[in-house]
Design a protein around this ligand. Structure first.
Ligand SMILES: Cc1ncc(COP(=O)(O)O)c(C=O)c1O
Length: 362
């Protein structure tokens, strides 16, 4: 059964944001990152919406890529975590998937793979994030091994790395990562890919042959200090839920679990049918903004599983009614603001809500 909270996806915003990435890096090809169900926006729909402009798609794992192929998405697809087993290699062959090679065990699987199919590979180099990738010192040796490998398309080899601090525009660590990548790759002829959204919008030097925009496609700013509007990004997801009750409370009354909010005066409040089960962050603090009929209200007390309470005392009587729809975030209220009030990031909210709520069309 569908819950009351619902998501609306805005296809024109997805397209706008992709063009925004293209405008920022006009000489790069685009691998649109649609992992984790396109950050909660629905991977299949998003791939369809971005299809014309994206040069390829990137997902986390083999199963996400297969879902796209089975839906007849025929653009190149990169699996960012690459293969974990022989089965994964068989599937990658069947579905023509580009794999990311970042670990010796994957190389061993490739060596042992029967037959003579040649895979398209990204060679991932760790330039300082220390998550995935071969150490920079080993990159040259592995590159040369792959160039001669009977199961690799040598001319399709792509060198990639990932930036850990690009969202902090003053952090010199990005420059160090870029420098390390440049040094490592200077004698290794191949296409390159470095930039995530923060790289695309903040570090021109990171653009290279391929960019990999993720969060910016969904209209969230990759920079904590910069609002999406300043970056010309538009919300691709709106989260809405109905008002299901309105009350008058007396000065001194408490609201919600653990009675964390005490009314400082008589107050009018509205209860909205959206909570952490719908992906609204439980840690959103009192004061987090919520829009009802375009009017700003604020969260009071703790977020429950399926409900929140908001202050409507400052609004004229009858401007809020039961069954009115509240906007928790979206076109008129940036998800980044809500994330800030919950001490998290827009990525987490989009993924959680998108994967918990019914998507009501586009
Ligand atoms: C390897 C890689 N490239 C690109 C991206 C896209 O990053 P962002 O969503 O910050 O643009 C991600 C996402 O985490 C990633 O893991």
């Amino acid at each position: 059964m569908k819950r009351s909270a619902r998501i609306i996806i805005h296809p024109e915003s997805l397209q706008h944001n992709l063009l925004r990435a293209k405008k920022a890096a006009p000489n790069s090809k685009i691998s649109a990152v649609i992992k984790a169900n396109a950050y909660g926006h629905g991977a299949l729909d998003t791939a369809g919406i971005l299809y014309q402009v994206a040069d390829s798609f990137a997902v986390s794992c083999i199963s996400e890529a297969v879902e796209l192929r089975q839906a007849k998405i025929d653009k190149p697809i990169t699996v960012l975590q690459g293969h974990q087993s022989m089965d994964d290699l068989r599937i990658a062959e069947n579905y023509q998937l580009r794999l990311t090679l970042h670990e010796q065990q994957q190389l061993k699987l490739l060596d042992d793979y029967p037959g003579n199919f040649r895979f398209e590979l990204n060679l991932k180099i760790d330039t300082g994030m220390h998550r995935l990738g071969f150490p920079a010192e080993q990159a040259g040796q592995i590159y040369h091994r792959l160039q001669k490998h009977h199961q690799v398309k040598p001319d399709q080899l792509l060198l990639m790395t990932h930036l850990s601090c690009a969202d902090e525009r003053k952090n010199n660590y990005t420059r160090q990562q870029l420098e390390r990548f440049k040094q490592v790759c200077s004698h290794l002829p191949a296409q390159q890919s470095i930039a995530n959204s923060a790289g695309i919008l903040g570090w021109k030097e990171s653009h290279s042959d391929w960019i990999r925009p993720g969060i910016m496609l969904y209209g969230s700013s990759p920079f904590a200090e910069t609002h999406r509007d300043e970056l010309d990004l538009k919300a691709a997801m709106t989260l809405k839920a109905p008002v299901i009750s309105i009350h008058q409370l007396k000065k001194g009354d408490y609201i919600g679990y653990a009675a964390t909010f005490k009314c400082p005066r008589d107050m009018n409040v509205a209860v909205i049918a959206c909570g952490y089960a719908d992906g609204y962050p439980r840690h959103a603090a009192t004061g987090t903004p919520v829009l009802i009929n375009g009017q700003l209200t604020r969260l009071l007390g703790r977020v429950s599983m399926d409900m929140i309470v908001v202050d409507i005392s400052h609004l004229d009587d009858n401007t809020v009614k039961v069954s009115d729809l509240a906007e928790l975030w979206g076109e008129n209220l940036s998800v980044d603001i809500i994330a800030h009030h919950a001490e998290t990031i827009g990525y987490e909210l989009l993924c959680n809500a998108g994967n918990n709520c019914a998507i009501y069309g586009t």
